[in-house]
Write a protein that binds this ligand. Structure first.
Ligand code: UDP
Length: 321
């Protein structure tokens, strides 16, 4: 198939492009390189079935494809706080653009939504039926609410135009190619631990997160796009092993054999207290289950971070940043 991956130079998108090439597909990677990086696709650009188009999906463009993945949005809190309007446009205007391409090409379409659409959840763990507890004017709203609208736009294209759509709600994901300085928990803790700096835990660290290794997530995205009977489906993808932020910090200190101490800092405003996916539906419909546990995934990620820090010290910005 010819597969368009919007956000293909990003953290998750670059792994998805590699997996699609491995499976024999032609890949058109579309990215404006704002939070993605050409470094993430450096190993792919010479591949005969890989094409890169530097393009902002909020600007009109045309392409044809048999399948369209929409992963193009800043996704870390620091990323969307820096780019709130771009985030809103990517998830709304950009979703229209990509759905129009899918509609004209009669392609399958998958949008990556987020666990953040559940807000600070009152139900735990979160099933796909849970409607969320989101503050429409809170600090995370540019991301949460635009992703919610992205889900709505996607659903209306299926209802009105019969586009073959599915929605994936991605929970916290980590692994190689995440930006060293994107401000998320796992990159921050690994960089700090490797550098022997204090580990910055926000609040008491009692808030929980469940983290999924990127290869597992990519496997779930492939299944959600290509498995039978996924039209109209909504799937949580994440690893349900839940730990407090403090426990993740302690695990990373142990795995890096770091002398770092923990430094408690102010809690982030609007920070969800608990987050953990219920993945029963993905298990049943997609036959998907995360296979890489935290220790193995963190060790792989730490290796990549160490090498990346040695190569460039810190993240080397692309010219677009
Ligand atoms: N966090 C932290 N220290 C950091 C970065 C993040 O304690 O240096 C906390 C953050 O306040 C949140 C959790 O870790 O409670 C996960 O944050 P992240 O930025 O990874 O993404 P989120 O799940 O909030 O979207």
């Amino acid at each position: 198939m010819k597969v368009l991956v919007a956000g293909g130079a990003g953290f998750v998108g670059s792994h998805l492009c590699a997996r699609l090439l491995d499976e024999g597909h032609d890949v058109l990677c579309v990215d404006n390189l704002v939070t993605g990086s050409d470094r993430n696709i450096a190993a792919l650009v010479d591949h005969g079935r890989f094409e890169f188009l530097r393009q902002d999906i909020t600007e009109p463009f045309t392409a044809s494809a048999d399948a369209v993945f929409h992963l193009a949005s800043p996704a870390s809190p620091v990323g969307y706080w820096e780019h709130p309007f771009m985030t809103i446009r990517a998830n709304t205007t950009g979703t229209f653009t990509l759905l129009d391409i899918a509609r004209r090409s009669q392609a399958r379409f998958l949008i990556t939504s987020t666990s953040e659409i559940y807000g600070d959840p009152l139900e735990h763990p979160q099933t796909e039926e849970y409607r969320g507890n989101v503050d429409p004017t809170g600090p995370r709203a540019c991301y949460d609410e635009s992703k919610r609208l992205g889900e709505t736009i996607t659903t209306e294209y299926r209802r009105h135009y019969g586009v073959d759509t599915r929605i994936v709600r991605v929970f916290n994901t980590y692994g190689p190619h995440s930006q060293l300085d994107d401000g998320r928990m796992i990159p921050n803790f690994i960089v700090q631990a490797v550098a022997g700096q204090p580990i910055t835990v926000h609040g008491t660290g009692a808030q929980t997160r469940s983290i999924c290794y990127v290869d597992d997530l990519v496997d779930g995205l492939m299944r959600a796009m290509f498995a039978p009977d996924t039209t109209g489906g909504i799937f949580n993808l994440g690893n349900p092993e839940e730990h407090s932020v403090l426990e993740w910090a302690e695990m990373i200190i142990r795995l890096t054999d770091s002398p770092s101490e923990i430094r408690f800092e102010a809690r982030r405003e609007d920070d969800p207290l608990r987050r953990c996916p219920n993945i029963t539906r993905a298990r049943q419909v997609l036959g998907w289950t995360p296979r890489i546990g935290p220790e193995e995934g963190l060790l792989r990620t730490i290796d990549w971070f160490r090498a990346d820090m040695e190569r460039g010290g810190t993240y080397v910005p692309s010219e677009a940043r």
